[in-house]
Structures are given as structure tokens and as C-alpha cells.
Design a protein around this ligand. Structure first.
Ligand SMILES: [Mg+2]
Length: 390
């Protein structure tokens, strides 16, 4: 079997509103065709600010390497794609491109073998995949609104773990690294209100989105842990600085989760060696696809660290992540945004099977889903490589 074509589509499933700002959300689906009529699909989405378009263009730049290759030679193609761009930094855009291609190659390989990807990865360790809920608090501002959303959206879906960012005033990202007294009190009140609704047996995971400086991260994380027993404090400091994380670590009582902005197993070496985290949460569309996520999960397993993929993008991110999570002994939970469910399903011929806070995969070959090609082609922008660069 040989690869005959690589195409990239950018879709906009919906616009997303949070903290009073409306932003377009875009996903990049990658399609790889073969001479045996098998088509594989991958995803390389990166939100926001045209990240998906950048990855789509990068994937088309890899086309000349992929055409004519056997798509079931996943590891050698991974290594070739990754190594050819180390001069510009193979972690980042390159790693995202490799991720999208890798997911599509696993889809093809599974379809060719007539088996779901989880069987090719060693078989099932569980029948379905535990999820945690994000994206359930859109437009919430007050503690009462967060509490109502937890009660009316999260609990009826059967979730026993939920995540949110209670620091919306800091939406502009890392500027000062601090948080006002008013913002601190508000975050404290929001988390307490949610804890009161969900009770003691639910996990409350707090996302700091890498915005805070060291003393602020320590102050906030400890306060929320002491008051509301949060399950983890995610990305307490900017992802660029393991040195900052090293300063935070011994001062913070809350467990830490990091990884959504780390790329490939190489970025995780220092995290593991310096014992900088309690949970490992790489992103399958950025960290290197199914192949690389499995390696990072295996490294985490050697440290007895739970593996809990970041999952804030589209249809094939959640499906490929779930395929992998079916097979891992150290799996904790897979993230998903509840507001994305209609978007996931929009590009599939059959909806995903969410129930009781879990996702159950089909036993169909490959990723186990059929893309709605008509809907993708109708509603997407197909990214094209400039002809004069061929
Ligand atoms: Mg996060």
C-alpha cells in the first residue's frame, strides 16, 4: 500500500464565548489517501490564533515526503518527519504536523488490518474511557452561575470530575503574573460554590493556564486546596519555565498537572527526572500523535504517575486519545469540553457514545469512526500549498 495524497481541511464548528470574549474555534482535519482505496484521518488542531491553519500548511509541506510511502511504516515515517525539521525546532509546529499524520497513519493501519487501533496497541484494559468535564461553564460569571451549571450540566451527564478556570479576569494571558485581591476572592468563592454542589466525592480540577508567577501560583493553589480540596492545580506557571515549576513544587500543597504545552517525550524528561508533576497531560494533536503519547504514558508509568490527556479540540483528538487510553494501565481520565459534543458529531456519520461520564468506542477498524466527508468539504476551507513553492 502506498500513500497517494495528503489534504488538510480547516473547519469552524462553532464560535466560542468565554469571559465576555467571542472567539472562532477552528479544527484541522488531515486526510491521507492510499492506492488501495483506504483513507485515514488525523487531526492537528491548535486553538486559537490560526494555529490550526499553521499546522495544516505544515502538514502539506510534509506531503512530498509521504507520497509513495507505505502508511503502515508508522515509526519510520514519524522519525523522518520529526528529524527533518530539527533545525527550526522540531517541537511545536513540526510536532503538531507529525501528530496529525501519525493519527491518520494509525487509522489507515487499523483499517487495513480490520482492527480498531486499541487492538493494535496491545488490546483493551477497559471497556470504556472515563472522561472529565470541561467547557460546561460558558458565560458563567458569578459563583451562583458556576454552581447552577455544575448542578444542571455536569452532574446529569454522570461526571465525577470536572475542570474549570476560575480566574477569568486574567484572560489576557501572562502579563504581570499576579492576580488582584478581588480576583482571588472571586476565584475562591466560585470554587467553593462548585464544591458545595458536587459534594466531597467529585474531583475538582483547576486550570491556571500557565498565567501566574511563582508567589501568586503558590498562594492561589494552596488557598484553593485548603478551602476546597482541589484535585489538581494545572499549569501553575508558564510552560516555558521548568525552573519556575521547580520553585513552585515544594511550596504547593495541591497536586500539579502539566503537559498540554510540552512536545514529545523529550520535553517530559526533565519533568520526570525533577519530579515536577503529579499528573501528566500531553495533547495528542501536539505532542506527537498516538505513537508519541504512548511513549510518554509509558515513561509516566515507570514513575507511577497517572496519565490524563489534554483534550480541548476536535473530533479526532478525542477519538484517537480514547483509542490510546483504552490500552494504558496508568490512565486517569480523558478531558472533553461538553460544549464541543455537537461539534464532534457534526463531522461524523454516527454520533459518539457518551454516557455516565464515559465514552464508549465502537469496535470498527482504525479510529472506529466514519468521517462525514460531505459535511467537511461543504463547511471547510481546504488549505493548499502555494503552487510556486512546489
Ligand atoms: Mg489547561
Amino acid at each position: 500500500m502506498k500513500i497517494t495524497d495528503v489534504r488538510a481541511y480547516v473547519v469552524e464548528p462553532f464560535t466560542w464565548e468565554w469571559a465576555g470574549i467571542t472567539r472562532p474555534l477552528r479544527w484541522m482535519f488531515l486526510r491521507i489517501d492510499t492506492d488501495e482505496g483506504i483513507t485515514g484521518w488525523g487531526e492537528g488542531s491548535s486553538f486559537p490564533h490560526h494555529g490550526s491553519e499553521m499546522v495544516g500548511l505544515g502538514a502539506l509541506a510534509a506531503k512530498e515526503l509521504l507520497i509513495g510511502q507505505d502508511p503502515t511504516n508508522i515509526e519510520v515515517l514519524w522519525q523522518k518527519m520529526f528529524r527533518r525539521h530539527t533545525s527550526v525546532g522540531a517541537r511545536g509546529i513540526t510536532s503538531a504536523v507529525v501528530s496529525a499524520v501519525d493519527i491518520a497513519l494509525w487509522d489507515i493501519t487499523g483499517k487495513a488490518a480490520g482492527k480498531p487501533v486499541y487492538e493494535l496497541l496491545g488490546g483493551k484494559m477497559r471497556d470504556d474511557v472515563d472522561m472529565y468535564a470541561n467547557g460546561w461553564f460558558d458565560n458563567c460569571v458569578t459563583p451562583e452561575q458556576y454552581a447552577d451549571a455544575a448542578r444542571n450540566v455536569v452532574l446529569p451527564a454522570g461526571h465525577t470530575a470536572l475542570k474549570f478556570d476560575p480566574f477569568p479576569e486574567h484572560e489576557d494571558g501572562f502579563l504581570s503574573g499576579g492576580l488582584t485581591e478581588e480576583g482571588t476572592e472571586k476565584a475562591s468563592d466560585i470554587v467553593k460554590a462548585v464544591r458545595e454542589v458536587v459534594g466531597r466525592n467529585h474531583e475538582i480540577l483547576i486550570d491556571a493556564h500557565g498565567r501566574f508567577n511563582v508567589p501568586t501560583a503558590v498562594r492561589l493553589g494552596n488557598r484553593l486546596f485548603d478551602e476546597s480540596n482541589i484535585g489538581w492545580f494545572e499549569e501553575p506557571v508558564p510552560a516555558e519555565s521548568n525552573a519556575a515549576l521547580e520553585l513552585v513544587r515544594p511550596q504547593l500543597r495541591a497536586p500539579i498537572s502539566v503537559g498540554e504545552r510540552l512536545f514529545t517525550r523529550f520535553d517530559f524528561v526533565e519533568i520526570f527526572e525533577k519530579r515536577l508533576t503529579d499528573y501528566v497531560m500531553p495533547d495528542i494533536c501536539l505532542a506527537g500523535g498516538i505513537s508519541e503519547m504512548r511513549k510518554i504514558a509509558n515513561m509516566a508509568e515507570a514513575y507511577h504517575l497517572p496519565f490524563s490527556p489534554h483534550n480541548a479540540q476536535g473530533t479526532l483528538q478525542i477519538v484517537s486519545g480514547a483509542q490510546l487510553c483504552m490500552t494504558l494501565p496508568n490512565f486517569y481520565r480523558l478531558e472533553h469540553a461538553m460544549t464541543h459534543i455537537s461539534g464532534y458529531n457534526r463531522f461524523l456519520t454516527e454520533p459518539l457514545n457518551f454516557h455516565d461520564g464515559k465514552l464508549t468506542l465502537s469496535d470498527k477498524p482504525g479510529l472506529g469512526v466514519e468521517m462525514d466527508v460531505e459535511e467537511i468539504e461543504r463547511s471547510s476551507i481546504e488549505i493548499e500549498w502555494p503552487e510556486n513553492l512546489n
